[in-house]
Design a protein around this ligand. Structure first.
Ligand SMILES: Nc1ncnc2c1ncn2[C@@H]1O[C@H](COP(=O)(O)OP(=O)(O)OP(=O)(O)O)[C@@H](O)[C@H]1O
Ligand SMILES: [Mg+2]
Length: 305
């Protein structure tokens, strides 16, 4: 059942609408409210882009002992434009290192990354990052946090207000515009971080365990919201998680990374349209369960060996 990318766009289209055509489905909020479709359109102009990782290797040098830690070796991955790709693998196998290299925050020892065929040499507006820690500014309100990247980009006040309003609706934070981070729940803070990353209108969203720090129920809500957001905004998403369930629920495809030094051991296609997915479906659908077991076996083999 493990397959590589080329067949996968065709499969996706068999089971639902094409990824190039955002569904007209609506987004579910934390309180069950639905977001009107298309609210993000005025804020999103970039088209999703593909990522290619070729022969990636990364060595860290321990600053005390001088010992070299080989985190990643010969990691190759092709991610087509508009794909939601989830990455699972044992702790310490180099997932965050890989994401930071794609984000341009870490320079690899060897190998190349291209986004839409342009080599990555550092951070860029084409890649928005969301981390596990809530990376938002404590002294700014929700709307000011979300508008911050737009300020940096020099977007004028009127347009900023409109785009921030769109983003606030998209991540279901209406009514919280003037609140400060300390007045928000963990799930709300992470919504602000997602909206901030989307504000720069990136072609690719890079997410490193973004929902790991929230409670189980909030996590489900955020996962389902993210599915709707990815479906409607046409972003490519590279999403790292420890959870096999989360990887299978969210990804068009799951890439399993080997134990350190990390390389992509296998990829598994999850042929369900994003807009049609829910945690309920994952639990009930036999095909979903089989795919989850397949990914689980691949990950377990790395942890146990
Ligand atoms: N700045 C650093 N200096 C030295 N070694 C590092 C550094 N960052 C990471 N490492 C090492 O590189 C390896 C890969 O780390 P990385 O954080 O990429 O793993 P990971 O797969 O994201 O793990 P987790 O699932 O626990 O988040 C680990 O052995 C880690 O100890
Ligand atoms: Mg990590």
């Amino acid at each position: 059942m493990s397959k590589h990318t080329d067949s996968h766009r065709g499969e996706r289209e068999e089971v639902g609408h094409s990824l190039d055509e955002p569904s007209s489905g609506t987004g579910l909020g934390a309180d069950g409210r639905r977001t009107p479709p298309g609210t993000f359109q005025s804020a999103s102009t970039s088209h999703c882009q593909g990522i290619e990782i070729d022969g990636l290797r990364h060595e860290y040098v321990d600053q005390y002992s001088g010992e070299i830690v080989l985190a990643i070796d010969d990691l190759n991955l092709q991610m087509p434009a508009c794909e939601f790709l989830t990455i699972v693998g044992p702790s310490g196998c180099g997932k965050s290192t890989m994401l930071n290299i794609v984000g341009g925050l870490v320079k690899p020892t060897k190998g190349t990354i291209t986004v839409d065929e342009n080599p990555v040499h550092g951070p860029g507006r084409d890649r928005g990052m969301v981390f596990q820690e809530f990376a938002i500014l404590p002294w700014r309100t929700v709307e000011s946090n979300i508008g911050h990247p737009l300020e940096i980009m020099g977007v004028d006040k009127a347009e900023r207000r409109e785009r921030v309003g769109d983003l606030i609706r998209l991540v279901n934070l209406e009514g919280f515009e003037r609140k400060y981070p300390h007045e928000l729940s963990g799930g709300m803070k992470q919504r602000v971080a997602v909206a901030r990353a989307l504000a720069q209108d990136p072609a690719v969203l890079l997410m490193d365990e973004p929902f790991a720090a929230v409670d189980a129920q909030t996590r489900i809500t955020l996962q389902e919201e993210l599915l709707q957001i990815a479906d409607r905004t046409r972003k490519s998403v590279l999403f790292i998680t420890h959870s096999v369930d989360e990887a299978v629920l969210l990804g068009h495809r799951v890439a399993v990374v080997s134990r350190r030094p990390g390389r992509v051991k296998a990829t598994v296609d999850i042929p369900f349209a994003l807009g049609d997915r829910s945690v309920e479906l994952l639990v009930k659908d036999e095909r979903y369960r089989e795919l989850r077991d397949e990914v689980l076996d691949l990950v377990r083999a790395e942890v146990d060996s």
